[in-house]
Design a protein around this ligand. Structure first.
Ligand SMILES: C[S@@+](CC[C@H](N)C(=O)[O-])C[C@H]1O[C@@H](n2cnc3c(N)ncnc32)[C@H](O)[C@@H]1O
Length: 282
């Protein structure tokens, strides 16, 4: 069993909203708990149906970056309610998929919602992405959709990924990545907003730059592909999330402000939403 002393207040609120049958929150976050992707952000209509489609699209992009194809063994770290595995289950066949999450409550929902089809096999396991409970060389692809900022250490996660990937294997992830030049601004703002961020979104670290990723990949023996910057395509997420947080938390206005701050620094491209992929050079 993983140590679940991680704080994820937004998941406490999501689960509370689900239990009251809040249909908008369930439609928006019952499958994926990540930002949306719009090819043309001008077409976004602000509805939860439109948002859910965009969240599905973002999941496809990360899976494409990992090179998913039929028959592979795939680990989805920080798997949330199992949305990425549900999507792969519907679109591919003969996959062996494992969803790993530190939060057993999310896994209980994933096990209920995601039923294997298309000759796929699915397991959901409680554990920490920085201490993977798997053998060396046991996966073709590792995915981590919008969750690495919660992990206790990106260094340890990358070392573990390199260990469990088979020769020729790939890691694909999405993350909020600050411009290196903006890091001092983040340190300055951290002093003022970190309490609010921790009260709403929990333990997270948005200070890892592209340069940091490049160095880390090199250190552990992964080869990084050019990053895909989709910041602009994710921007319609913010009004939807800011509207929904008002329903689902006893600190809705604080969550709204924190999400608004994130929107501002994203619009200014001080922090970029990137899809990153890495190949092992074993
Ligand atoms: C923003 S959610 C993303 C969920 C999912 N990947 C998705 O896209 O729907 C972040 C996820 O990371 C998980 N998480 C946080 N720390 C973790 C850790 N150390 N090991 C495994 N999962 C973790 C959380 O429980 C949560 O499910």
């Amino acid at each position: 069993m993983a140590q679940t002393n991680i704080r994820l207040p937004y998941f406490d609120n999501l689960l509370a909203a689900f239990s009251t049958g809040n249909t908008e929150v369930i439609q928006a976050f019952g499958r994926h708990v990540h930002w949306g992707y719009w090819d043309d952000p001008a077409t976004a209509d602000g509805s939860v149906v439109d948002f859910a489609k965009a969240a599905e699209k973002l999941c496809h992009l990360v899976c494409d970056a990992g090179g998913v194809k039929d028959g592979l063994r795939i680990l989805d770290c920080g798997c949330g309610f199992g949305g990425t595995i549900a999507s792969l289950n519907e679109r591919f066949s003969h996959l062996q998929m494992v969803g790993l999450n530190i939060d057993g409550r999310q896994l209980a929902r994933a096990r209920q919602e995601v039923i294997p089809m298309n000759h796929n096999q699915i397991e959901f396991i409680e554990g920490d992405a920085c201490q993977l409970p798997f053998e060396d060389n046991s996966f073709d692809i590792v995915l981590a959709v919008e969750c690495i900022f919660h992990f206790p250490s990106r260094d340890r996660f990358f070392q573990e990924v390199q260990r469990v990937l088979r020769p020729g294997g790939k890691l694909a992830l999405s993350d909020f990545v600050p411009l290196a030049a903006a890091q001092p601004i983040f340190r300055f703002f951290d002093t003022f907003v970190s309490e609010s961020v921790h009260r709403t979104y929990g333990d997270l670290d948005f200070r890892y730059s592209l340069n940091d990723y490049q160095k880390l990949a090199k250190t552990v023996g992964l080869v990084m592909a050019p990053a895909k910057n989709i910041t602009f395509n994710t921007l319609p997420t913010y009004p939807v999330v800011r509207r929904l947080v008002n329903y689902m938390s006893n600190f809705g206005s604080e969550m709204n402000s924190v999400t608004g701050g994130m929107e501002l620094i994203s619009r200014l491209e001080l922090v970029r939403y990137l899809i990153l992929s890495f190949a092992t050079n074993k």
